[in-house]
Design a protein around this ligand. Sequence first.
Ligand code: C5P
Length: 260
Amino acid sequence: MNNGLPRPVTAVIIVAAGSGERLGYGMPKAAVPLGGEPILMHALRGVVASGVGSQVCVVLPPGADGLRDLCEDFREELADGGPVLTVLDGGATRADSVRAGIAALMDGIEAVLVHDAARALAPENVFHRVVDSLAAGALAVIPAIPVVDTVKMVARTSGDDAAIAPELVTGTAPREELRSVQTPQGFRLSTLQDAHAAASGFDEQQAAAVTDDAMLVEMLGVRVHAVHGSTQSLKITTPLDLIIAEGLLEGPLGIRWVEG
Ligand code: C5P
């Protein structure tokens, strides 16, 4: 699991400040119950169990007092020698929430993993692959899995075409070169800081187009490496995802199913 190289002192930022509207529960996604516990707590337990972080920053929706209380209770469960747990409020966009996490890092942190709370079942071995890659010299590394669907580009139709169908295919991406990208995404601290400093002046449209941290690093011209992710790291976004996640936790395979 460990490539034997000295690992950087690492913090994990768990971003959990999204509204989670697509899940339709009328509460922040991180608070939605999964197997009897909020999604956030699965993510937090997974991060702590991986043992990769000296500090874990949980970024919450402002005013989510129930989640904040759960984090405070969890702090008491942490064994001596466990990570420092920092709990703070997020911002309007995911990138704002990541920036809030960066601002709360302890002195001495050398590398940061940014993890979506929505990927609550990400297995420990993915965290280790990401940190091993940082230890081997990566400035930026993401977990990724092959795409199973054929992916096409489309444009909205107008005029006569609109009467036939709402969209027209403009191209087909070569599937063998495509990857679905997950979290935790790992970065040397200075690389992540530079990437987010560059993005802090984005206008609303540019900010909305930022869907992960690695794309900000790519914009700096820094090489982003990819390690193998896991289908178990699914991003709980829709009610169907929640059913799948429940099935992974409670189904006949249960915890025996931990994909490599
Ligand atoms: O909205 P999206 O599905 O891309 O969110 C991915 C992750 O970013 C989620 O875990 C969500 O809680 C987090 N997020 C955040 N602050 C926001 C928006 C999203 O921490 N303002």
